[in-house]
Design a protein around this ligand. Structure first.
Ligand code: CTP
Length: 411
């Protein structure tokens, strides 16, 4: 059974649909609305669809004599807090984050939250609000406090917000809320307690303050790997360049722009990492000198001198701690098998995931990919054309299965 707390973010109309999806996934859902949320979406709607009594007021919700679910008829906040598997607060406003962080209990939902130990019962907040509110230092601090105390918080999506502004704060999508719950309830997957660093997306190098050189990487493959590892219980950080799609909302994301920023972030994050997945399409070249001022058409001869950037993967291969698994990605178009085998050796990684963008449905800007994987152990594994998310799961399976087989062989 899930208690769904709904606060008065504009996205609260989406909570109805989330409730339906939770039910479809097999959960019984009991809803607690704040008073403001009840002004936006009437409790009767949740009541009709959930078939359960909806709570709004701290004291008056149970008619005298009526049996309550948990036997706490006189204490509605306990009734919604006991005998449940999880709490989802969606959408979560800045107000409820602040109240929960401070332990305030002045209405039914906030009191219910105080009556729950997050170490015993998973509580997931799905913040959704205006970008400036989300990034406000007080809200940031409250989010950090909640995380520290064992509450789960999904990161909102980025894009056009209901208020007309653009930024972070969008409802992340029911699918991600369900995935977060699934991991919290059934988690402890094969990578529980492991730390994983994933790089994703393109990087940009500067010609002058307004012009850049970049590539068409969408970030999808890296984000799919990050999600697959997270679903297996790993603690995941994804270091990503500027992408059109956002990182999965439940992993920690470090946004960078240049190869140098990506390199610095990887160096910092790889400490203590069990696996490194380098799916980013890092710029191999950067202008020898970036102009400090915008180049005028008339000032420029059209020749750009470039120098190579640092190979983040190759450096990680040298600097990694013993036992850290390193997975590289390669894009080859010619003499593919030979070039891939050479690259696996040259880069010093344990696995190389190779795709050929000339193949139908593979490579950049596609939802799908078709790859083969070379292992340092001499193995070669072919994968059919499939979605990047499915492929990411299969890649994680491959790496985990071989690691398990290796461990068994050593015993
Ligand atoms: N990579 C990296 N840092 C770079 C360039 C690439 O970490 N500066 C990583 C990518 O994330 C990927 C792998 O190296 O995992 C393969 O990148 P690719 O561009 O195919 O290899 P190159 O070394 O550039 O080889 P070439 O251009 O000769 O094919």
């Amino acid at each position: 059974m899930v208690t769904l707390g709904v606060t008065s973010g504009i996205a609260c109309y989406k909570a109805v649909d989330l409730m339906r999806d939770l039910q479809r996934a097999g959960a019984r859902v009991r809803v607690v609305l704040t008073r403001s949320a009840a002004e936006l979406v009437r409790p009767a709607l949740f009541e009709a669809l959930s078939g359960e009594r909806v709570g709004v007021e701290l004291w008056t919700d149970w008619p005298a004599g009526e049996e309550s679910e948990g036997g706490y008829a006189r204490f509605p906040h306990l009734d919604f807090a006991r005998g449940i598997d999880a709490v989802v607060v969606a959408p979560a406003t800045a107000n409820i984050l602040g109240k929960a962080a401070a332990g305030l209990a002045d209405d039914l939902l906030s009191t219910t939250l105080v009556a729950i130990d997050p170490a015993e019962t998973p509580v997931v907040f799905v913040p959704s609000m205006n970008a400036t509110m989300y990034e406000n230092p007080a809200v940031r601090a409250n989010r950090a406090v909640l995380r520290e105390r064992g509450y789960a918080l999904l990161a909102p999506g980025e894009g056009a917000l209901a208020c007309g502004e653009i930024g972070i704060g969008r409802w992340p999508g029911n699918e991600f809320v369900l995935a977060a719950l699934d991991r919290l309830l059934n988690g402890h997957g094969r990578m529980a307690g492991r730390r994983v660093v994933v790089t994703a997306g393109p990087t940009q190098v500067e010609i002058d303050p307004v012009r850049i050189v970049s590539n068409r990487s969408s970030g999808r493959m890296g984000f799919a790997v990050a999600e697959a590892c997270w679903r297996e219980g790993a603690d995941v950080v994804v270091v990503h360049g500027p992408t059109s799609v956002g990182p999965p909302p439940f992993v920690r994301a470090v946004a960078v722009r240049t190869p140098e920023e990506m390199s610095a972030a990887v160096r910092e994050e790889m400490e203590g990492a069990d696996q490194l997945w380098m799916a980013a399409a890092v710029s191999d070249w950067r202008p020898v000198e970036a102009a400090e001022r915008k180049l005028k058409k008339s000032d420029w001869d059209g020749i750009l001198r470039m120098e190579q950037t640092e190979d983040i993967l190759a450096r990680a291969a040298v600097e990694r701690a013993p036992g850290t698994t390193l997975v590289g990605f390669a894009l080859e178009t010619d003499d593919v098998p030979e070039a891939a085998a050479r690259k696996l050796r040259a880069k010093g990684c344990d696995w190389l995931v190779v795709n050929n963008p000339r193949e139908e449905g593979a490579g950049f800007e596609h939802e799908t990919n078709r790859v083969f994987v070379l292992g340092r152990d001499g193995s070669r594994t072919e994968f059919d054309l499939m979605s990047k998310r499915e492929l990411a799961r299969r890649l994680v399976d491959l790496v985990l299965d071989r690691a398990a087989a290796g461990a068994a062989a050593e015993r």
